[in-house]
Structures are given as C-alpha cells and as structure tokens.
Design a protein around this ligand. Structure first.
Ligand SMILES: *[C@@H]1O[C@H](CO)[C@@H](O)[C@H](O)[C@H]1NC(C)=O
Ligand SMILES: *[C@@H]1O[C@H](CO)[C@@H](O)[C@H](O)[C@H]1NC(C)=O
Ligand SMILES: CC(=O)N[C@H]1CO[C@H](CO)[C@@H](O)[C@@H]1O
Length: 512
C-alpha cells in the first residue's frame, strides 16, 4: 500500500484562486549523498512558494524523518510520497532500499532494476495528485522517469548530483567521440571547448579515459545509455554547483547543452542558518552521541583536527584501514575518523582497540554514520581527508576546509583535479587508478603517503597557510552565491519562474 504524508495542513488556502499553484515532483536517487542535496532543493523551492512532492521509500523516509518533521513544523508546502520498494521482485534482500545498503557490487544492477520498477506506481500516484504536478525534476540516475513525465504530459528536468566539470567532460568527450581512438586509458587528453580566461589551468585541464569512464564500470552500459538519452530529451538541467567553483566548466556546458541550465548550489548551504541539532540529523541517525562528539571538538584548538571520511558508497578495505590509521598515528595530528558499519570486521575491531587506546588523547573514532555537515562547520576542523565525492567536496568548499584527496570512482578524479589544480585548496594523496583496477589485496595508499599529506596539510608552512586562505576565499564566494542577489539565488528564482510557467500550461490541460 502506498501512503502519502501530507505535511502542510493549509490545503484550503488555494480555494479562492483560479490558477493551479506551481507544483514540482522531485525524484531522487535512493542514495544518501543524492537524497540529501535534493531534499535541500525541495525545501528551497517550497520556501520560494512552489508546491513540492518528494518521492521516497519506507526505509528512506524513516532515515530522513527528522527533516520531514522539520518540514512539518515549518509548514512548507511539501508532501512526501512513499513508494514501496520492490526488493523481492528485483532480487534484493528485504529493506535494501538505499544504495549504501546494497550488500555487494554484484547487486548494483538489481538495485537499479528495482528503482526502475517504481515507474508504474509513481505514475499512478502522480495522476491522482491535487494540485496537478506541472514539472518533474529527477536525478540523472532515474532515466525511467522520462516515460512517466511523457505519459503525464509534464516537463522534465534532470538534476545532476556530480560536478559540472564531470558533466561537461562526459558530454564533450562523447560528442567528439574522443575516446574511440584512445589506446592508453591513462593518456591525459586536453579538454576541448574551454575558454581562455587568462588562467592556464583552464587551458591545460586534462582527463584520461580511465578517470572519466570510471562510473560506467559499475552499474552497466545499458543504464549509461538510458541516462544519456534521458538527459538529451530533458527540458533542462539543474546542477548542484555555483559559478565561482568551476566557472569555465559551467560556461562551457551551458554553451553545448542546448537547453536551460540552472546552477543552484552549493545546496548544503541551505542549512547554514539552522541550529546545530538540525545539521546533526542530516541523512541518517548518527550512532555517536553528538554531545560527546561536539564536546570533544570544542575542547580542541581551532583548525587543529583532521576529519577523515570517505563517503557512504566507498568501502575501505581492511588493509587500507590499517594503513590510514598508522599514517594518522605517525602524523601526530589530532583527527576525527569515520569507519562505516560495512567496514567493520573482527580484524578491524581488534586492531582499533589498541589503536584507540594509544590515540585516546588526540582522536575520536566514529563507527557508523557521522553528522558530516555539522562536523565540517566546526571551527576546530582544519582539514578533510576525503574521497572527493561532489557532495563532500561541496561541503568542504562551503566550509572553507582544505582537503586531502583520495578519489575512488565516478566524478571523483575530476573533482580532485578541480580542488588540487584549479582551486588549489587540496593535496592529492597520489592514487592514480579507479578502485576497480586494484585487486582484492592491493593497497593503493600507504601509511607514509598518509603521514606526509597530513603533515603538510595541517602544518603551519607557508603553502599550508596559503591553501587555508584560498579555502576561506572560496567559502565566502559559496555563501555569496546562495545569498539574495547571488548567482545561485538568482538561478533558483529563474527556475521557480520556469516551474510557474509550466503551471499555466498545466491548468489549461486540467479538467477541474
Ligand atoms: C546563473 O548562474 C550562472 C552560473 O553560475 C551565472 O553566470 C548567471 O549569472 C546566473 N544567473 C543569474 C540571473 O544570476
Ligand atoms: C554527504 O555525504 C556524507 C557521507 O558521505 C554525509 O555525511 C553528508 O551528510 C552528506 N551531505 C549531503 C549534503 O548530502
Ligand atoms: C519502514 C522501514 O522499513 N523502516 C526501517 C528503516 O531502516 C531502519 C534501519 O536503517 C530499520 O530499522 C527500519 O525498520
């Protein structure tokens, strides 16, 4: 049975108006990194007077419960629709409704099959909605929504979770069939079509096939083609980025896309004025006692703590955990380290016991989900050792935290290049190959690499200081972009106008 939670009680407000209020449906990818920014966007649009319906599934709904509760309190015009997730039909274990709950990589295709099965129930639900939806924004990984939008005759926009550097490079390399003739996957190829803004970084920005194609290996080629086709046929594109973080890529993509492009990020800044408790509840229930964690952070010196976390999808191997730990230990730097549930094993637990004892004065280890947004905004945090997912990168940029980068797959290698070479707020740990290239027992990151990178990022040398200054500058620009009059703020205004426009169209077609 599907159930709809109506969040606002003022459904009578529109009785005396003749036009249908603008109503947009948001379909996220059921993965934490993707869902949270999309929820931010949902609240942002609702705040600007658009009626929003957010699609979720029972497990996900329970994970984002604190946010749903806050939406309820704030009386935003937002509904959540929970669609039952067809785990059994797709051969997934029960409750496996989120990308980070998929037990093994072999089951990723099943996960995408399951999501695809949501098409029919979604269409049924949307048909019954009042007011009638006028526009749909779907995550790029949900190409099946194209059919739903078509059959309901509403416009469809694609939401891009990844960085624009990745979106643009993927697009332009495919357009020019650049990789078709490449024999060495790791050959660095200059990205075409970037304008010379007097900065030679833009001119010399290079990517390799292995780095750009890294995301294709996992869910499969069929899905990739569907994703690309759905993007081609979409009415517009919404990207979680802002002008100053990757200007030449935003500009170049707008030129080639041939459709409306709105840059609306960094969406994580939507919560910036909220209290700490609100930031803590983002995404999942933290396993750690927040009071204990923040008391510890409060007790540390400003900018002294390195935050170590590699995102929700990446799985760090046992050997790698030991190398990271040993490197952190040797660095002498205080750290806050997140080890995920899926990474725990008897070996890791046994090793951690002694490690935590030795490190008790300058470490805090979180086993499970961490309230990342709140951690990165804490004044004691002075560095972030990250896998460079766009979600994490945006959060680092938005909080002015310099990074150490260890990219794994998807857009992460390009994001690394952006923060290391273009923004110059990060140090690369030196991993050159996507994780699929390594054998089960191969360990690409060694303790010495970790120690060296941590010391230079967190140290007080001139380079480190300049990196901090640049990180603070880009933070200011991010804040400005989201404030009234800023580029993302104005892009959101235009997006709202677009959704309204569709609303008029929708009214003409509606029977009521
Ligand atoms: C929308 O964003 C782009 C790129 O971030 C920016 O160049 C443009 O000025 C923005 N539009 C408005 C109306 O501010
Ligand atoms: C980004 O992902 C991290 C974990 O990888 C999570 O802690 C954080 O809340 C996410 N933030 C957003 C904005 O999705
Ligand atoms: C309704 C539902 O399936 N709720 C589940 C959500 O996920 C948590 C664990 O993440 C389960 O404990 C709940 O039963």
């Amino acid at each position: 049975m599907t159930k709809q939670t109506t969040i606002n009680d003022d459904s009578n407000n529109n009785n005396n108006t003749t036009t249908t209020p603008p109503h947009v449906v948001l379909v996220p990818l059921m993965a934490q990194g993707q869902t949270i920014p999309m929820l931010d966007m949902a609240r942002l649009l609702a705040n600007r007077g658009v009626h929003v319906t957010f699609i979720t599934t029972p497990v996900n709904a329970s994970r984002i419960k604190p946010i749903i509760a806050r939406v309820h309190e704030s009386n935003l015009p937002m509904n959540f629709i929970e669609l039952p997730f067809p785990c059994a039909e797709a051969g997934l274990p029960l409750g496996c409704e989120n990308f980070d709950l998929v037990p093994s990589r072999e089951l990723f295709p099943n996960f995408f099959d399951a999501i695809r099965l949501l098409a029919h129930p979604l269409e049924q639900r949307l048909r019954d909605l009042v007011p009638r939806p006028t526009c749909m924004i779907n995550d790029m990984w949900n190409p099946w929504t194209a059919n739903v939008a078509r059959s309901l005759n509403i416009r469809r926009l694609v939401y891009h979770g990844p960085s624009c550097v990745f979106i643009y490079c993927s697009y332009v390399f495919r357009l020019h069939k650049i990789f078709d003739t490449v024999t060495d996957e790791f050959e660095e190829i200059t990205v075409p079509g970037l304008t010379d803004d007097g900065d030679d970084v833009g001119q010399s920005f290079k990517v390799s096939k292995a780095h750009l194609s890294a995301w294709l290996n996992s869910p499969g080629l069929k899905l990739r083609d569907e994703v690309l086709l759905a993007e081609e046929t979409a009415d517009g594109v919404v990207i979680n980025t802002f002008d100053d973080v990757e200007p030449m890529f935003v500009e170049a993509y707008k030129k080639v896309a041939g459709k409306d492009v709105w840059t609306v990020g960094p969406l994580c800044l939507y919560d910036k004025d909220d209290d700490l408790s609100a930031r803590i509840v983002r995404g999942n229930k933290a396993v750690v006692d927040p009071e204990k964690l923040f008391r510890w952070l409060d007790s540390m010196e400003e900018n002294s703590v390195l935050y170590v976390s590699f995102g929700t999808l990446t799985r760090i191997k046992v050997g790698e955990i030991l190398e990271i730990g040993s490197g952190l230990e040797a660095s002498g730097i205080p750290f806050l380290w997140v080890i995920k549930d899926v990474e725990k094993s008897p070996v890791v637990e046994g090793w951690l016991e002694g490690f935590e004892k030795r490190m008790s004065l300058r470490s805090f280890v979180i086993k499970g989900w961490a309230p990342q947004a709140a951690i990165l905004s804490h004044k004691s945090v002075g560095g972030f050792f990250s896998h460079c997912g766009w979600n994490s990168t945006s959060e680092a940029v938005s909080n002015g935290v310099p990074m150490i980068t260890w990219p794994q797959f998807a857009d992460q290698f390009l994001n690394e290049r952006l923060v290391v070479e273009f923004l110059r707020i990060a140090i690369a740990i030196g991993v050159k190959k996507p994780i699929f290239y390594y054998g089960e027992n191969e360990i690409p990151v060694k303790r010495d690499d970790v120690e060296r990178a941590v010391r230079s990022l967190m140290g007080d040398g001139e380079e480190a200081e300049e990196r901090r200054i640049r990180a603070r500058e880009i933070k200011e620009k991010a804040i400005k972009a989201m404030d009234a009059g800023g580029s993302s703020y104005e892009n959101i205004t235009m997006l709202v106008e677009y959704i309204k426009l569709e609303s008029c169209k929708g009214t003409q077609g509606a029977t009521s």
